[in-house]
Design a protein around this ligand. Structure first.
Ligand code: PLP
Length: 413
């Protein structure tokens, strides 16, 4: 008997399946709006100029870096990562003037990009978060699909909280607040720091204030996932505002940070987990246990991407240049939002209200079309998008915008 024949065959990941179908399609005007990665106006992946500069001879060639800098080698990093990377990453998300950093009460660990940060945070909570005796996490409905899998993997039960309102194609703020109030005290709530995936719908600053107030009152724990800092508004500080205000108000929290999107380093797996504690002693204890957990899982994080990001974050000139590159990416996406909105609303006079396209933020937009309409667009127009009607704004460009708008128009008429 072959034991592996008993293994249930798992379906392929839906996004990767969509990309494979797009690649196999020979239709000349095909468009890929599924992928969550930045593309330039010619639909090409974009290596940020600042990343090329930090790595001058050839892109991502560690040997060349080594030749250029005799201090670099392939020795193991510390278990918790490259210290100059983790400390600069903490300043980036929490602010250079963060009192939590000044107090030494932030435990920062380098992780395998944002996914690894989510996993390590989840694993840590599964072992050490014992306040309400429950292994549960509240996730926005909907959320990044991987969140469910990540928490289930460490036996934390995901529970949905209301977030997206299909009627307004916006935030179900009352539903969200009611769920915060109804949850047992000390519950853990996962919050997207900015550019909510998949909806593109974020709370506004006043709504964040109210969320923080209820979380404080109920003594909830904030599990912030920050995969798009800078990518949402084009401004690194603006996109960190919710996290920073929660820290300032004293909401207990951790932050998962990814450099995949904002530095275009998807495959390099550069990320960090920051646990903001109430004292240095608590942070030291947390970091010691994160180190033990990390040791058993990956031993030591990879160095190459972390060195690149560290170089950019710790060098004033490169940092300024990175900010310009981020503005280029966010700016192009915001421009696509405005142009798509304009064609639908003013040129085609497409039925319905399309203001959500410009009100939403970040990589994705929930168009509001239903699964049948999504399927029809894929099949008839060769425009690839997920069944929930989510489109990646980065897949739009000046060459395909009109075609996509006309196809959307036809589908909803
Ligand atoms: N969290 C959210 C909400 C995301 O959308 C993503 C990527 O799509 C991630 C985390 C993690 O990405 P990565 O592991 O590539 O940093």
């Amino acid at each position: 008997l072959d034991a592996w024949l008993q293994v249930p065959l798992a379906p392929p990941d839906s996004i990767f399946k969509l990309t494979a179908a797009y690649k196999a399609d020979s239709f000349p005007q095909k468009v890929n709006l599924g992928v969550g990665a930045y593309r330039d106006d010619d639909d090409k992946p974009w290596v940020l100029p600042v990343v090329k500069k930090a790595c001058p001879v050839s892109q991502f060639n560690a040997t060349e870096i080594l030749l250029n800098d005799p201090t670099l080698d392939h020795e193991y990093l510390p278990i918790t990562g490259l210290p100059e990377f983790t400390s600069a990453a903490a300043r980036l998300i929490l602010g250079t003037d963060s009192p939590a950093i000044a107090d030494g009460r932030v435990a920062s660990v380098q992780t395998i990009s944002g996914t690894g940060a989510n996993h390590l945070g989840a694993l840590f909570l599964s072992r050490f978060y014992t306040f309400n005796g429950k292994s549960q996490i509240y996730l926005s409905n909907p959320t990044w699909a991987n969140h469910h899998a990540i928490f289930k993997n460490v036996s934390i039960e995901p529970i949905d909280y209301p977030y997206y309102d299909p009627k307004t194609i916006g935030l179900d703020f009352q539903g969200f607040i009611s769920a915060l109030k109804a949850a047992p005290t000390h519950s853990v709530f996962l919050l997207h720091a900015c550019a909510h995936n998949p909806t593109g719908v974020d709370p506004n600053p006043e709504q964040w204030n109210q969320i923080a107030a209820v979380m404080l009152e109920r003594q909830h724990y904030g599990f912030f996932d920050c995969a798009y800092q800078g990518f949402a508004s084009g401004d690194l500080d603006k996109d960190a505002a919710a996290v920073r205000s929660f820290v300032a108000k004293g909401v207990p929290l951790l932050v998962c940070q990814s450099f995949a999107k904002n530095a275009g380093l998807y495959s390099e797996r550069v990320g960090a987990l920051h646990v903001v504690a109430t004292s240095k002693e608590a942070a030291d204890r947390v970091k010691s246990q994160l180190s033990v957990l990390q040791r058993s899982e990956i031993s030591n994080p990879p160095s190459h991407g972390a060195r690149l990001v560290s170089l950019i974050l710790n060098n004033q000139g490169l940092f300024e240049e990175w900010k310009r590159d981020i503005k280029t990416m966010a700016g192009r996406i915001i421009d696509m939002r405005h142009q798509l909105h304009n064609i639908l609303t003013n040129e085609l006079k497409t039925p319905g209200n399309w203001d959500h396209i410009i009100n939403q933020i970040g990589m994705f937009s929930f168009t509001g079309i239903n699964p049948d309409q999504s399927k029809a667009i894929v099949e008839k127009a060769h425009i690839y998008l997920t069944a929930n009607g989510r489109i990646s704004m980065a897949g739009l460009n000046s060459h395909n915008l009109k075609y996509v708008a006309e196809s959307l128009d036809k589908t909803v008429r």
